[in-house]
Write a protein that binds this ligand. Structure first.
Ligand SMILES: [Fe+2]
Ligand SMILES: [Fe+2]
Length: 202
């Protein structure tokens, strides 16, 4: 899929690295890898759900089917790192961030606007994963793991763009731009609230 100027502009404007995303001090490698593994599982599951929900959207099905394989491959890579170190795959933590974002999705509206929200939500989560992996690729002590996270960062950045492009495939560009701004503003509020409560954002 071709990357449009519009998508590049959106990418260029937003998402400065926010240090709140990774406070490496005091988080064990097992916790980092466990959170990461479940984040990959959720990414794979979201893509499967979109394919199930929209079998008639040819580009969506074609583009997201291979991403399912890729995300599950990521899960397996993280699992391998845990096993190598004799660390356990812990249970999934309640994800306050994603749960708060989910509440922002339109319940009513048109079929088109609901699809737009689902795609933008995926784009936002991918963007934040990308940002988190960037922090890990810069902040971890182990050179092997820094490189490990650099590869994930590049992969999730590609997914972020893909979801925005799919959004533009099914909704007018101006609508995508406006709604994306609303999502970003809402997300900023969620981040502030979580910070005030002292919640860890992964
Ligand atoms: Fe991934
Ligand atoms: Fe991804």
């Amino acid at each position: 899929m071709e990357r449009t100027e519009h998508t590049k502009n959106i990418l260029g404007l937003q998402l400065p690295t926010d240090p709140r995303w990774v406070n490496l001090a005091g988080i064990s490698l097992q916790a980092i890898l466990t959170d990461h593994a479940w984040c990959e599982q959720k990414a794979a599951t979201s893509c499967i759900t979109l394919v199930q929900r929209y079998p008639d959207k040819i580009e969506l099905v074609n583009e997201l089917s291979p991403i399912v394989t890729e995300e599950w491959g990521h899960f397996r890579l993280v699992l391998q790192e845990l096993r190598k170190r004799n660390l356990e795959l812990g249970k999934q933590r309640k994800d306050a961030y994603v749960n708060s974002l989910l509440l922002f999705q339109q319940k009513g509206g048109t079929e088109e606007s609901r699809l737009l929200d689902k795609l933008l939500l995926c784009a936002l989560i991918e963007a934040r994963s990308c940002e988190r992996f960037k922090r890990l690729s810069e902040g971890l002590e182990d050179a092997y793991l820094r490189n490990f996270y650099r590869r994930f960062m590049e992969s999730e950045a590609g997914h972020y763009v893909l979801f925005l492009e799919l959004a533009e495939t099914y909704s007018p560009k101006e609508q995508v731009r406006q709604r994306w701004q609303q999502w970003l503003q809402h997300e900023a509020v969620i981040m502030q609230e979580m910070e005030l409560r002292g919640d860890r954002i992964h």
